[in-house]
Each structure stands twice: as structure tokens, then as C-alpha cells.
Design a protein around this ligand. Sequence first.
Ligand SMILES: Nc1ncnc2c1ncn2[C@@H]1O[C@H](COP(=O)(O)OP(=O)(O)OP(=O)(O)O)[C@@H](O)[C@H]1O
Ligand SMILES: N[C@@H](CCO)C(=O)O
Length: 309
Amino acid sequence: MNRPLVRVTVPASTANLGPGFDAVGMAFRLYSTVEMALSETTEIVLIGEELEGLPADKGNLLYQVAAGLFEEAGLPVPELYIRAETEAPLTRGLGSSAAAIIGALVAANSLAGEPFDRERLFAIATRLEGHPDNVGASLFGGIVVATMPERDGEPIPYVRLAPPEGLHTFVIIPDYPLSTEKARNVLPAVYSKQDVIYNVGHSSLLVAALAQGRLDLLGQAMGDRLHQPYRAALVPGLREILDGAPRNGALGAALSGAGPTILCYYSTDAEREKLQAFVDSVMRKHGVSYRTMRLRPDERGAQVTISTR
Ligand SMILES: Nc1ncnc2c1ncn2[C@@H]1O[C@H](COP(=O)(O)OP(=O)(O)OP(=O)(O)O)[C@@H](O)[C@H]1O
Ligand SMILES: N[C@@H](CCO)C(=O)O
């Protein structure tokens, strides 16, 4: 057919890092790919077990997001060929929905002739996802600190940081899913003054420590009172791992995004081995099946290549 085929590779991400609720994200070398081309009729090909059961028609999130971009650009919505694949598990707290949104937006933007720059894509993705943390990390790579703009339609204010040297990530991924919606629904509508002050202090310290490579401060800086205490009821073992990880090799630990994945930072192989043994004992006690992974930070964000179909 010889039509342009856009391939976008998007990193998975973690969000919050403890206190930076909805504001701090970090990208990982664990990738989703979205291929997209204009087509006679819409065809959606989903590869692999992770994407099994998702709609393979125009109800698919990828098509919906792409169609929205064409509309926003004032262009007719075309029929699309879309092929998707992911290394990242869905509904586990590793930003799969954000990666899908970024993949579809970047691919559709390329097919539409680049009507929007990356800042505008970030704003559109944030509107779709509801918060900027995962989408910012997936789009730009590295660590992204961002917040919602004061007024609708304004650019998302953000700063991108390079991940500190020597910061290694160990994630514990339970086998059960936890949707972000469910994990947000358990949060209270109102917080006490003490808890808000606690999180402002810890989140500020976290960002400063990441910016200056002060890995020694992460254990204290990653304390949170806004979401982890409430989500712990949905994630067996979370409380013990957050409490015990710093004494068992971790520089700091947090729920990854909305969970149920738990993230620990460490420096050396010996620390990771100690952590693995600790995590095994906690998860065995709770009867939870899970896997662990070492993840390296992604620093490139969404990458585009164009071929023909
Ligand atoms: N490649 C994809 N194609 C279509 N839909 C997807 C794709 N990837 C993710 N999704 C949608 O996103 C949902 C998962 O989003 P959810 O916010 O619950 O979890 P997450 O993004 O994996 O975790 P978190 O936001 O906590 O990091 C899936 O159930 C599915 O509906
Ligand atoms: N900041 C979000 C990430 C999940 O999408 C949350 O914790 O709910």
C-alpha cells in the first residue's frame, strides 16, 4: 500500500514516589509500542496476553485517543490501522494507560502532520489521564515533576530531571490487578492540616534530593500520608514492606502509582539480594503471588520511527 506507518515506543512509568501524589513520575526501560497508519477500514491488532480482552474496535482507548487528536486539530477522523504491544503489565501501577495515551497521541500527531508540539501533547494527555505524572514521564523520559495548570487550556508547568546516578529500582508486581479508579475511590475527600503539611515537606525534600542526587535522604523523603495509608487495605504486604524495606537494603520504598506494584530504590546488588529475601518473606506470609523486576530509568521518552505499510 506504501502508506506511512508510524511506530512509537513509549516507556512505562511509576508515579508519586510516595509523597509526590499526582505530581512526580519516573520513566522505565519497559516499553509499549503503538504502530499507526491511515487505512481503508479501521483494524486494531493487539499482540500478547497483556492486551487480551481489550476492545479491538473503535472503542479501543488507542483509537479513541487518536480520533480525539484529529478532531482537536480540526481534521476529519480517518480510518486507522493500529497495532499495539506492551512489555508493561496493565492495571499494576506502572502507567500502562498513560503509555497507551502517549503512544496513540504521538502516533496520530505524526500522521496528522504534527499539528501539535510536545508541550501541547502533554496538556492533552494530562486532560485525558486526569493527572500529569505518568504521562509526563512517558512522554519526556527521566523524572518529571509537574502540576495541573491554573486554568484549563494553559500549558502544563513541569520540570524534567535526569535520574540520579546510582539509583536502581526494584519492583514487586503482584499477580492481581488494581484499577486506578478503585485505588482513587478509597482516598478521603478531606485531609487534616498535619497530613497536608507532612506531605508538602516530604514531597519538597524528595524533589530536592532527586535533583541533587542525595540518595541518602530518599528513605525519609519518601514518606506519605495522602494515599498509601488508605491504599494499604487494597495491597496486602504494603505496610510491612514500606516499614521494613529501609532496614532491609532499600534506600526508600513506595507504592508505584495507584498500585499494587511496590517500588524500592537501592544502590548495590547486596542490598537488592537482602530486599528480595525480605519481600519473599512478607509476600509468602500474605499468600500473594508476585514477580520482581529490576528496572532501569528511561531517559528518552516517546520515540518515533516512520516506515511504510
Ligand atoms: N495498549 C492499550 N490499549 C488499550 N487500552 C489500554 C492499553 N493499555 C492500557 N489500557 C487501558 O488502561 C487500563 C489500565 O489503566 P489503569 O490506570 O487502571 O492502570 P495503569 O495505568 O496500568 O496503572 P497506574 O495508572 O496506577 O500506573 C486498562 O484496563 C485498559 O483499559
Ligand atoms: N497519581 C496517580 C497515578 C495512577 O494513575 C494515583 O496515584 O492515583
